[in-house]
Design a protein around this ligand. Structure first.
Ligand SMILES: *[C@@H]1O[C@H](CO)[C@@H](O)[C@H](O)[C@H]1NC(C)=O
Ligand SMILES: *[C@@H]1O[C@H](CO)[C@@H](O)[C@H](O)[C@H]1NC(C)=O
Ligand SMILES: *[C@@H]1O[C@H](CO)[C@@H](O)[C@H](O)[C@H]1NC(C)=O
Length: 183
């Protein structure tokens, strides 16, 4: 009991110090002309080999590996971005780019792509992503390395996880955390 007044004092100190830190960080980011943006999207793929697939092999050195991740494979894709996991939901953009099977364990691919927005507030703008997609379960994290239009000079990261699909399709949920520079 005797120590209780002094420990509540230090709690107050840390509380106010913490609030001050959050406030200072916020002011710094406003002052430097950046803001944070969160986008929640769904990626709809038609698989490699399916009729009208939105993913094709440019190089196929290894067959029958998860997500085509065989070492040395090169896959080119132009997938649809939609508002929800429902294939009938509004299309808001495309995911266009390529991935290279870059792991001897054949369980990941290095991707380079653009999320190109074709509707809504960000129509005509794009985000540039670079990073690894893993086929070993859990979310994959990739870096946002730039953008165009309203996303010029963007930075941040995108988390991707599989949330559905059929034998011909795969649906991914994307959470994008974007540090955006004001125009
Ligand atoms: C997907 O499954 C359906 C029936 O379950 C089958 O007719 C079709 O050929 C399969 N497609 C692929 C690409 O395996
Ligand atoms: C593939 O595309 C063609 C031409 O757009 C279309 O007629 C056909 O129904 C499509 N097939 C599938 C399985 O989506
Ligand atoms: C997106 O922008 C293009 C080019 O400005 C325009 O033609 C198109 O109608 C827009 N799409 C939507 C859904 O607003």
């Amino acid at each position: 009991m005797a120590s209780s007044p002094s420990s509540s004092c230090s709690c107050f100190f840390f509380f106010f110090f913490f609030v001050f830190l959050i406030h200072a960080t916020f002011l710094t980011s406003i002052a430097s002309g950046d803001d944070y943006q969160y986008l929640h999207l769904y990626l709809h793929e038609r698989n490699l080999g399916a009729p009208n697939g939105t993913m094709v092999y440019a190089v196929e050195l290894r067959r029958d590996t998860p997500y085509g991740n065989g070492f040395g494979n090169i896959i080119v894709f132009d997938n649809v971005l939609r508002e929800t996991a429902d294939p009938a939901s509004l299309a808001i953009g495309r995911e266009q780019g390529f991935g290279v099977g870059s792991s001897l364990a054949q369980n990941s691919g290095l991707t380079m792509l653009e999320l190109v927005f074709t509707a809504g507030r960000y129509n005509g703008s794009s985000l540039s992503l670079f990073g690894t997609i893993r086929s070993t379960g859990g979310a994959s994290e990739r870096g946002i390395v730039g953008g165009s239009g309203r996303f010029r000079l963007a930075r941040g990261y995108v988390l991707s996880r599989v949330v559905g699909g059929t034998n011909e399709t795969l649906i991914w949920e994307l959470d994008a955390y974007i540090l955006r520079h004001h125009q």
